[in-house]
Design a protein around this ligand. Structure first.
Ligand code: OGA
Ligand code: MN
Length: 281
């Protein structure tokens, strides 16, 4: 029997978990495996008004895998990164405007790190309007292809860059900023990610710049069309935040984005990232 009570939120992505409290998440060893299984099945798990403390969030994430500490230093608790547009709460806030476009975290790493396995956000402060987080199932997006499309698109490779994702939200950058973006290496990934489990998902989103060997504009139009198909409203779960909510997503199998919110909004999410161990291949 599952340790968790799970209610699906949409047909293809997202489920609510209602019978665990923050104490259990932080301290119950058996929950880690059950949550990873539920995450694989549902893509996104929502824990409404859990009220997890930053310390308990980190303790919980340790049960799921190794925690990313590369962004430490913006919050007193190691393993916590504040996601906010308020520069007084996070000095790298300007980069976070790219969260407004559909993306998968970690497609353009500094070296060759695998994309993160899972990301946890807890709402400390929410936006008055906007600021929902949206999720789309990228396994389902692949499964929706015809056999002919599976074959054709399965052969494509895509170059991802930090510049591509930043340019979408900052189309007129200074030369210094462009140089900063370009100091991050670009990465070539297959369009279709074949996971160890045998499942296949699409690797799309803001960091996807162009299709290798295809006319630039034609390739970009194809990437935009595939992203539109993968994120049609009926395939999306949109989480409207209340303070204290915790949401975790399978970063290998879902695309996500933040709905726009006022740059002066106090919205602040506390984020912990679980490192991945599966290369995109
Ligand atoms: C992220 C992210 C979306 C949001 O933290 O990786 O994309 O709604 N956040 O803040
Ligand atoms: Mn993200």
């Amino acid at each position: 029997m599952s340790l968790l009570t799970i209610n699906k939120l949409t047909a293809s992505v997202g489920a609510e978990v209602t019978d665990v409290d923050s104490e259990a998440l932080a301290h119950d060893d058996a929950l880690g495996g059950a949550i990873l299984d539920a995450l694989e099945d549902n893509g996104v798990l929502v824990f409404p008004r859990l009220g997890l403390t930053p310390e308990a969030q980190v303790a919980f994430c340790r049960r799921l895998g190794e925690i990313d500490h590369s962004s430490d230093g913006h919050h007193p608790v190691a393993g916590i990164y504040p996601v906010t547009l308020d520069k007084s709460k996070n000095s790298s806030a300007a980069y976070l405007r790219a969260t407004f476009d559909w993306h998968i975290d970690g497609c353009t790493p500094t070296n060759d790190e695998c994309p993160q396995k899972a990301t946890v956000l807890s709402a400390k402060q929410v936006a008055e309007t906007g600021g929902e987080t949206e999720f789309a199932n990228s396994y389902a997006a692949y499964e929706a292809f015809s056999d002919e499309e599976k074959e054709r698109f399965g052969a494509l490779r895509v170059v991802h860059s930090l510049e591509a994702s930043q340019r979408r939200v900052n189309p007129d950058p200074s030369p210094e900023l462009v140089a900063q973006w370009r100091s991050r290496p670009t990465h070539e990934h297959p369009l279709v990610w074949t996971h160890r489990s045998g499942r296949k998902s699409l690797v799309l989103g803001a960091s996807a710049d162009y299709v290798v060997g295809m006319d630039l504009e034609e390739g970009r139009a194809l990437l935009a069309e595939l992203l539109d198909r993968a994120t049609e409203p009926h395939l999306v779960y949109r989480h409207r935040w209340s303070v204290g909510d915790t949401v975790i997503w399978d970063n290998n199998g879902v695309l996500h984005r933040a709905a726009p919110y006022d740059p002066d909004s106090p919205r602040e999410m506390l984020r912990t990232t679980v490192l991945g161990d599966e290369p995109i291949q």
